[in-house]
Design a protein around this ligand. Structure first.
Ligand code: BEZ
Length: 212
């Protein structure tokens, strides 16, 4: 099964390094980043989880909670966390789901049998406060993910929700943005974009990034 954008993220109750984790209860009104890795005690995964731990303030600023997952046991995760903390100079501060029965991996389509029959690939699901899946990413085992890109994408999604704007190619915080083509009413445009905008084409209207 694969999860399509806009689908409701399946809830699950599964063991984790924080005890029994109910995804919906854990996320509450926050955004979520659910991400799988292939295996504990492997080098790329160690750097990835260390990186997410170091980005705790960035996730928190955006009202995002991280949840990691692999099919290893909780005992394995607990031991591995000590290595991550030691080698990456950080403290893992988010739950790692122990999906030994692969029920979550199966529900989310995290196992890609042509890549590996048993282990999860590097999947990412960005989940909004309504539990809708807003973005998915899939990376193969040897390729570590760029978590700055994941934060950048969350910034874009949150700007879209709040200000009716889209983010252009290679956008970063502070760059100009694009008014959603669905916004056509002149009164709405004036109210939402008092700073004005440049219309390069009727479908391509550029404005300064709204703040707050
Ligand atoms: C790693 O995390 O380094 C890794 C895990 C599985 C396969 C290849 C690399």
């Amino acid at each position: 099964m694969s999860i399509k954008l806009g689908a409701i993220a399946p809830n699950f109750i599964q063991d984790s390094t924080s005890g029994t984790l109910n995804l919906y209860e854990y996320l509450g009104d926050s955004w979520g980043v659910l991400f799988s890795h292939p295996k504990d005690f492997t080098p790329v995964c160690t750097t990835e989880l260390g990186t997410v731990a170091k980005l705790a303030n960035e996730f928190s600023k955006r009202n995002v909670k991280a949840v990691a997952l692999s099919v290893d046991s909780r005992e394995s995760h607990d031991k591995w966390v000590l290595d991550i903390n030691e080698t990456q100079n950080t403290t893992v501060n988010f739950p790692i789901v122990a999906d030994e029965d692969r029920s979550v991996a199966t529900a989310y389509g995290m196992i890609h049998p042509e890549a590996d029959n048993t282990l999860t690939v590097r999947s990412v699901f960005i989940i909004d406060p309504n539990k809708k899946v807003r973005l998915t990413l899939t990376y193969p085992a040897p390729t570590g993910r760029n978590f700055d890109e994941i934060l950048r994408a969350i910034d874009g999604l949150q700007l879209t929700d709040k200000h009716s704007v889209a983010t252009p190619a290679n956008w970063t915080d502070g760059n100009d943005v694009i008014i959603l083509p669905s916004i056509q009413d002149q009164a709405v445009l004036a109210e939402k974009f008092p700073q004005g905008f440049v219309e390069l084409k009727p479908y391509l209207r550029i404005t300064a990034q709204p703040r707050a």
